[in-house]
Design a binder for this molecule. Structure first.
Ligand code: ATP
Ligand code: MG
Length: 254
């Protein structure tokens, strides 16, 4: 067998570039440790599978359209002590996606709602789940366009196949009639079928104002929190950390 050249050609033909990069070292280990032929083949294939999975992860991260890149490891729980690290770590294990349950982050500006949503979303992507991220206003625009084109149900069905939908910034821009209705349909179409992460600067008691309708808001909250981790973030904005804006930096919680 004319070894290396054949391998290079075959790996290129099969589009297995990472296998080609690793096969030399795997072969050395196979000889040193007297692997069986089957063990060697399995090690080669495993290498290619894990390379493909991590490539798929990056593709899913891009497709999710996160506004920034954030990681749970970079979240400072010392600064944000209203959040329990173990609860966030539990969410980070992603069982909630398998369980088709939700996470809701509530709190004032700059307290880490978007950071945690993105970090969980990226984890989900890397673990093999498809994710779609947008602000509440963007979701409403998208669903409104689908509605106007007469394909709202198709769009909701399509989104239903995405295991995690992230809805950021609920509450900054109030919804008018039809928008609240579209938003309700998004939440209700996912209830017990697929996960949602939602963030809001408004407490649930004020969602009636956001949606211009107490009944719609109540029905939405009901579906959202039936199976959900609801996390209340408190304190000052991390964006203003260390800035002297009338407070002594580092003088603790409010
Ligand atoms: N506890 C924290 N540790 C590390 N970085 C943090 C923490 N909290 C917030 N940040 C950072 O501060 C910035 C603001 O946080 P983030 O965007 O998550 O706030 P938010 O709660 O979504 O606010 P808003 O309601 O204004 O959208 C981001 O760059 C984020 O990464
Ligand atoms: Mg935010």
């Amino acid at each position: 067998m004319s070894g290396a050249r054949d391998l290079a050609y075959l790996c290129r033909e099969l589009k297995h570039p990472s296998l080609l990069a690793g096969v030399g070292r795997l072969a050395e280990r196979a000889r040193a440790d007297a692997w069986s032929h089957e063990d060697f083949l399995a090690a080669c294939l495993e290498r290619e599978v894990s390379a493909r999975q991590s490539h798929g992860g990056e593709a899913r991260v891009r497709a999710a359209r996160f506004p920034a890149r954030k990681a749970l490891e970079d979240f400072d729980f010392e600064h944000q002590h209203s959040v329990r690290k173990d609860i966030v770590a539990h969410l980070g294990a992603l069982d909630f996606i398998e369980a088709k349950s939700n996470a809701v982050f509530l709190g004032p500006p700059g307290t880490g709602k978007t950071h945690l949503s993105i970090a969980l979303g990226i984890r989900a992507c890397l673990a093999g789940h498809r994710v779609a991220f947008a602000t509440a206003a963007q979701w409403v625009d998208r669903l409104g366009a689908a509605h106007d084109a007469g394909r709202l149900q198709d769009e909701l069905r399509r989104l239903g196949r995405v295991p995690l939908v992230i809805i950021d910034e609920v509450g900054y821009i109030p919804f008018q009639g039809e928008a609240a209705n579209l938003f309700f349909q998004l939440v209700s179409s996912r209830y017990e079928r697929a996960s949602v992460i939602m963030s809001s600067n408004k407490a649930f008691s004020r969602w009636g104002e956001v949606f211009g309708d107490d009944t719609v808001a109540a029905a939405m909250i009901d579906r959202l929190v039936h199976h959900a981790e609801v996390i209340n973030l408190k304190g000052d904005s991390y964006r203003l950390k260390g800035r002297d804006l009338g407070k002594v930096p580092g003088d603790g919680d409010t």
